[in-house]
Design a binder for this molecule. Sequence first.
Ligand code: NAD
Ligand code: UDP
Length: 312
Amino acid sequence: MQRILVTGGAGFIGSHLVDALLERGQEVLCLDNFFTGSKSNVARHLGNPRFEVVRHDVVEPILLEVDQIYNLACPASPVHYQYNPVKTVKTNVLGTLNMLGLAKRVGARILQASTSEVYGDPEVHPQTEDYWGNVNPIGLRSCYDEGKRLAETLMMDYHRSNEVDVRIVRIFNTYGPRMAVNDGRVVSNFAVQALRGEPITIYGDGTQTRSFCYVDDLVAGLIAMMESEDFIGPVNLGNPSEFTMLELAEKVMKFSGSQSPLEFKPLPPDDPTQRRPDISLAREKLAWNPAVELEQGLAPTLDYFRSVLFRD
Ligand code: NAD
Ligand code: UDP
């Protein structure tokens, strides 16, 4: 049996990955500093002898014996990664260095959760993996965008110089149950606002686009990439169906039966105007294809937020 380390395993995507790995009979070690993740996301596994969770900050080195590492530790929402931008840089750079050092020492394969943000405000649409991006190096999003870009650089340098067995995935906007209520990302904001009957906050004029991937699809892609024998990436993982934020608001309101008004707010600086993955490479190399369209994925997502918001 392989022992698999998931950093950021108590977060939104990480906890779904932990579920899937345990389901497959693997042994899983979750490291998390609980900045944006929570114990409740993994609490159901606490009695499972194949599961361990350790409070640890990846910025600090750690000695472990593992066979595979999924490096997901990093706040993903702009609100959270901008809360302490220097810490975000440290998590991406020192955290990734520590995990690469660990992978090198024990000969583990390591997968880095990179992001579509490495493309910045893209001039190429849809985005292919060979596009180098249009990123502001000194803006409010740089701690995350440039942090993730440097994490990719470290992965490739450890691969070339130290033969570390690496995998890089560029994750596009992902949503689903267990997004934090206060997360600040668009799907969670709209869902919570619609369910509470509060105004739906549209940043800018709402014509900017994103492509939303359901978390189960994304997790299947992460595992397929980890298990791929000779393809190291980078590879885009996301759902290529593209929506404006106005279209997303309309769908969330329809599926939640909400009458919330729209409230227009200023567009945050450097907010990308469009984003859609070209997933030809993932289809070809991993035979991966997202199966859950937005209309289907919103139902369990709204159910989740309902259960959290109206618990009693
Ligand atoms: P999340 O904020 O829910 O999860 C991140 C987890 O990492 C949390 O449990 C948090 O407590 C933990 N963490 C943060 N800093 C840490 C540190 N220094 N040491 C240890 N643990 C730390 O976010 P998510 O949406 O689950 O994102 C997971 C990963 O996927 C992140 O690396 C993110 O950059 C990447 N990603 C996510 C998306 C998306 O749409 N959700 C898109 C692109 C990339
Ligand atoms: N957004 C919005 N209202 C919100 C939160 C976000 O209109 O309440 C917009 C945001 O400006 C961006 C898009 O939705 O254009 C996606 O934002 P998110 O923070 O989810 O992810 P990212 O910008 O990192 O793709």
